[in-house]
Design a protein around this ligand. Structure first.
Ligand code: ZN
Length: 417
């Protein structure tokens, strides 16, 4: 079978024909080069307005890299025409296999981008003997296409969170769609500022924002204000895992303080390597860890008191009715305020201050899964780690949209991978 026959099966361009396929040297290595001609009666298409016009002249031949086969690089070879558009003047014609000045064909870009979702960008470049920059351009192209062509209809539930990136106190604000069956990254922007979230709502649009039914967020005051203002019809829910994170931060602070004290008094640090014992839920511990935790629980330590207070609070989430949950929360807060554990008292005050929003969790129960935010965050962190070496924020945003955005791809006649 001729390569041409295969090509006609996977790519069919109405106004163009595959002429011949031959081996040629391209950049010092042997490659399969596919000659393309415009059909004799076809007229070139203006890239600005899409109208076909008279041929103005012909440009020098160009090579367009295509999906490799059998470890050979494949190129399309074509001399683009210029169209004489009555409106736009002489323009290089629009081609169905590549955009603008790009040397890679659309099929090849989509192909590279698909691999770049599974492998790191560097691995993808190595395997396909191309540059990191080409892989980046391919992913960027696919992401930009996806963002321009995705649908934002029916987004009624969102989750807002931030993740740390690079070194130092740098954050990305992440906005996820949480509707069942459509969980994806909607937007990500630098820093955790009022301005950041305002920018999301601005880009998302007023009409869509008004249709939001649930917004799940942590209790960072400036964000709560923006949400109340910009998503007036949404129930703002402070999510379970955001709240329990505050408990863990408090336990950790107390544990560090005690460990410092042991050191100062030259005592044995019984809390050494105890961090995860205290931060994990007891059901997630191994047998050995459970035994160690049992030993620790016998000691009269502030860290242990804080740990038990957290475990006690877990019962809060089991309530079915808001008023009982409310009563439990009040009791717990009162008890906590009577201890001498400053970080826990801080948590208690925070719970009381945000009670109304926390209780919204019960109102939305069964309708919204904020837990999805945690899962999406984990994936985002993995992407960031895999994309290690991406220095610019723009690269990182593109990598995140690529893996988490569930974006539509440019139309490719054939799926290669
Ligand atoms: Zn035109």
């Amino acid at each position: 079978m001729l390569v041409k026959t295969v090509l006609n099966r996977v790519e069919h361009f109405k106004s163009f024909v595959f002429i011949a396929v031959s081996f040629q040297l391209v950049n010092g290595s042997e490659a399969l080069v596919v000659e393309i001609n415009a059909r004799a009666n076809s007229r070139p298409e203006c890239p600005e307005c899409g109208r076909r016009g008279r041929k103005y002249d012909t440009m020098p031949v160009r090579l367009f890299e295509y999906v490799p086969i059998w470890a050979f690089q494949v190129f399309f070879r074509y001399a683009p025409r210029r169209v004489a558009c009555p409106e736009h003047g002489a323009k290089v014609e629009a081609l169905p296999w590549a955009y603008g000045k790009e040397r890679m064909t659309i099929s090849y870009q989509v192909y590279l981008a698909r691999w770049a979702r599974r492998l790191s960008w560097k691995e993808t470049a190595d395997i396909f003997k191309t540059s990191w920059d080409s892989v980046y351009r391919a992913v960027r192209f696919v992401v930009e296409y996806g963002l321009a062509n995705r649908s934002l209809d029916n987004v009624t539930e969102i989750g807002i969170d931030e993740i740390a990136v690079f070194k130092g106190p740098k954050f990305l604000t992440m906005v996820y769609q949480l509707n069942a069956g459509a969980r994806r990254l909607l937007w990500c922007g630098p820093e955790r500022r009022v301005k950041t979230l305002l920018r999301f709502f601005h880009e998302f649009g007023k009409e869509r924002s008004e249709k939001l039914r649930f917004v799940c967020s942590d209790m960072w005051a400036p964000y709560l204000k923006v949400i109340a203002k910009k998503a007036p019809n949404a129930l703002n829910i402070l999510d379970r895992f955001h709240i329990m994170r505050k408990f863990n931060e408090a336990i950790d602070e107390i544990r560090r303080g005690e460990a410092r004290l042991f050191k100062a008094q030259n005592q044995e640090n019984v809390l050494e390597r105890g961090r995860w014992l205290l931060l994990k839920r007891p059901e997630n511990l191994s047998d050995k860890q459970t035994a160690r935790l049992g030993d620790l629980l016998k000691l009269n330590l502030s860290s242990i008191k804080a740990y038990l207070m957290r475990e006690d609070f877990q019962r809060f989430w089991e309530y079915k009715q808001v008023r009982f949950a409310d009563r439990f929360l009040e009791n717990w807060v009162t008890r906590a305020l009577h201890t001498n554990l400053e970080p826990m008292k801080k948590v208690a005050k925070m719970l009381r201050n945000h009670k109304a929003l926390i209780l919204n969790w019960f109102k939305a129960k069964g309708q919204l899964s904020c837990g999805a935010v945690e899962g999406l965050n984990l994936k985002a962190k993995l992407t960031i780690r895999k994309a290690y070496g991406l220095k610019s924020l723009k690269c990182l945003q593109i990598a995140l949209y690529h893996t988490l955005g569930d974006l539509p791809e440019p139309l490719c006649h054939h799926r290669f991978c």
